[in-house]
Design a protein around this ligand. Structure first.
Ligand code: ASP
Length: 325
């Protein structure tokens, strides 16, 4: 390269970098696309829509939700990993972010090094539910029934790696039964089929099941949190029901693509923190049984969570013989 060409390249690089800084300083100038990697109207979507509204005042721009379901959430997650890293493409995903790397040969993203974490959002318990006319009336009867009818009971989930799949796998492992599983693009269509009596049983987050449980549209057997859920005080925990080690909480986080400029990440972190502090958001999450993770709404806490969970789930799947597909 001649000296003149080197100077030109250097000049262009500096100009592009300062353009990036200038754009970052005015971010956001228009709406932000937030991918929810599951169907609309489901548990993750419910959190995302409430959060998008709550973040709007801090951002001065709306957050538009894009539902991109499939493969337990890994399709939508991979879409954000590949998106332009300008802050206008972000992701709201949950625990499945850290399980897909052990469940898929090609998850389409690098959970540990391939994204820009923004922060943790909420933690949501799961409920074990069934269609309203499913014969067992409590968890002990459910155990017995599943053992006796394992060939005719169907278990709905939102695909391999989804929270409903993880919890469903824990349940069938704990009971020592194999059930026919029916995968959906999210638990919104799954619970619709459960209420329509097309499938029998599923595990789903309280952010999708609280109302249906309260109105008696589905039958509930247990919650998977350590303590009972305040909005479902009559529902026993799995541990109370005799499953000593059965505890799972579905943490949710927000990410941007790797390479998103630091000032843009900082703006998103501030907006996330403002959103989580919003009264309406807090009330809505409390109604749906979710805990708002205010203290951990920052990149370091989310990254630490992912780095702790990826190997932990990997070891667990290995132990129970689940191979990546
Ligand atoms: N959270 C998913 C949804 O929003 C379902 C799941 O993870 O099981 O549909």
């Amino acid at each position: 390269m001649t000296v003149a060409v080197k100077k030109l390249v250097l000049g262009l690089t500096t100009a592009l970098a300062s353009m990036g800084v200038a754009q970052a300083a005015t971010f956001p100038e228009h709406s932000i696309n937030m991918v929810v990697p599951f169907a609309a109207g489901g548990p993750t979507d419910n959190v995302a829509r409430a959060l998008g509204e709550a973040m709007r005042p801090a951002l001065g721009q709306p957050i538009v939700i894009e539902n991109k379901g499939g493969a337990g959430g890994s399709i939508g997650t991979a879409q954000v990993a590949r998106a332009k890293p300008d802050g206008y493409n972000i992701l709201l995903m949950h625990i499945g972010f850290s399980t897909a790397p052990s469940l898929y040969k090609k998850p389409g993203y690098d959970a540990i090094n391939g994204m820009a974490p923004i922060g943790l959002v909420v933690d949501v318990p799961m409920t074990i539910i069934a269609r309203e006319d499913f014969p067992p009336n409590n968890i002990q009867e459910l155990v017995q029934y599943l053992k006796e009818h394992k060939d005719s009971v169907s278990l709905a989930n939102a695909g391999i790696g989804a929270a409903s799949h993880l919890c469903g796998t824990m349940l069938t492992q704990a009971l020592g039964v194999d059930l026919l599983t029916v995968p959906y693009k999210g638990t919104a269509p799954a619970i619709a089929d459960l209420m329509g009596k097309q499938v029998d049983v599923m595990c789903d987050q309280t952010t999708n099941t609280t109302q249906q449980i309260k109105s008696g549209k589905v039958k509930v057997y247990a919650v998977t949190s350590k303590q009972r859920v305040p909005t479902l005080p009559d529902v026993p925990t799995m541990q109370e029901s005799g499953f000593k080690d059965f505890e799972v909480g579905i943490w949710h986080g927000m990410w941007a693509p790797k390479g998103t400029p630091q000032p843009v990440v900082d703006t998103l972190v501030k907006a996330l923190q403002a959103g989580l502090a919003n009264d309406e958001f807090q009330k809505r999450m409390a109604t749906l049984g979710a805990t708002v993770l205010t203290q951990d709404a920052n990149p370091a806490a989310l990254q630490a969570k992912v780095e702790q969970q990826v190997p932990q789930w990997g070891a667990l799947f290995k132990k129970v013989g689940v191979e990546p597909q």
